[in-house]
Design a protein around this ligand. Structure first.
Ligand SMILES: [Zn+2]
Length: 353
């Protein structure tokens, strides 16, 4: 209707108002009964969003709003009218509610709820206000991101990559091959498409969960984290390596770590990759140019240091970060066992070095 109105009044460069469409909605509900299945707050909110898109088009010359079918709309917002009953989230017109499964209770002061659909599942994301203070801990660490270990911190916490991704991808390839053999337009093909989508979803969920657990633990236990600039481009020449990098979702992990550290006013320091963090001895500073990717232990011929290759790199990264911010190298940092304990509790494979 807004498009139709816009076409008829093109020269005036104005459209229907949000109130016009809300009035139309009331009338439309009598005509299109499916509109009554949905709570009115969400429907009105979608009109508000539509209005925002049109206003942005008129005022800021953004793209003309695109038409969305109810079939491909994968989310809706409940701006008000929801209730919390024990561990259930009650949305208007859905009185059974959604069971909330988490160790903590449903937060108070809910502002709005986003309901999204992913293949055949629905998720409710809760946006709420909180006075909770997120504190910054005065501990600095270096983080080495790797292929064999997902990451190693300079205080000796080593997180193993997720096996689930590998097995998931094998399964995915097999089901995709099956899909390619199904006849176009057939029922079996439709079923196979859902099957493939579900595997995708599972891999995605496992990866997101993993990244959240690791980034939360780090932001919580360290006030400053030093990481290497992920110049992935340089590594993409090696196909196998590039695949592992995408597997582990380094990029997404870094984004999560960044915003979680921002919440706490903590600092994520990036250092350039040109420093050969894995080849320098973290004790005496000499360089081993002959260190191979397969060498898991760093052994220094000058001072005799012998330690896990990634731990040595993480200590170097921390030290480079300290130089960058102009602080002195600390004498000794004990293993931050709280981080490892938290990750172990989350079901991750963690070692302390
Ligand atoms: Zn040395």
């Amino acid at each position: 209707m807004r498009t139709k109105y816009f076409a008829e009044h093109k020269n005036e460069r104005k459209g229907l108002s949000v109130f016009d469409t809300m009035r139309m909605l009331t009338a439309l509900k009598k005509e299109l009964t499916w509109l009554n299945e949905i709570n009115s707050q969400s429907l009105q909110h979608s009109l508000v969003k539509l209005d925002m898109a049109f206003r942005s088009f008129f005022r800021h010359n953004t793209d003309y709003p695109t038409f969305r079918s109810k079939k491909d709309n994968q989310y809706f917002i409940v701006p008000s009218g929801f209730k919390v009953k024990k561990n259930r989230l009650i949305i208007p017109k859905f009185m059974d509610g959604i069971v909330y499964r988490d160790e903590s209770s449903i937060p108070e002061n809910i502002k709005q709820i986003f309901v999204t659909r992913d293949v055949e599942r629905y998720y409710a994301s809760i946006q709420y206000e909180t006075d909770e203070e997120l504190t910054r801990v005065d501990v600095i660490i270096g983080i080495d991101m790797g292929i064999i270990s997902f990451l190693t911190t300079s205080d000796g916490v080593q997180v193993e990559p997720l096996n689930a991704l590998r097995t998931g991808e094998k399964k995915l390839r097999r089901e995709q091959r099956r899909l390619s053999r199904k006849k176009k337009g057939s029922e079996n093909r439709k079923k196979q498409i859902v099957k493939v989508q579900k595997i995708h979803q599972k891999i995605r969920d496992a990866r997101t969960d993993f990244n959240h657990k690791v980034s939360t633990a780090i932001a919580k236990h360290y006030g400053t984290a030093v990481v290497e600039d992920l110049s992935i481009h340089g590594m993409q020449g090696n196909h196998h390596l590039a695949k592992s990098i995408t597997d582990q979702g380094w990029h997404r992990f870094r984004q999560m770590l960044q915003y979680k550290m921002d919440w706490r006013n903590a600092e994520l320091i990036e250092i350039g990759r040109y420093e050969p963090s894995s080849k320098i001895c973290s004790k005496c500073g000499s360089i081993r140019h002959d260190l191979k990717l397969s060498d898991r232990i760093y052994h220094c011929n000058v001072c005799g240091l012998s330690m896990d290759r990634d731990l040595n790199a993480a200590i170097n990264i921390r030290n480079m970060g300290l130089i960058k911010v102009g602080r002195r190298t600390p004498e000794f940092t004990p293993v931050e066992s709280a981080t490892a304990a938290e990750l172990l509790k989350g079901g991750l494979r963690v070692a302390t070095l």
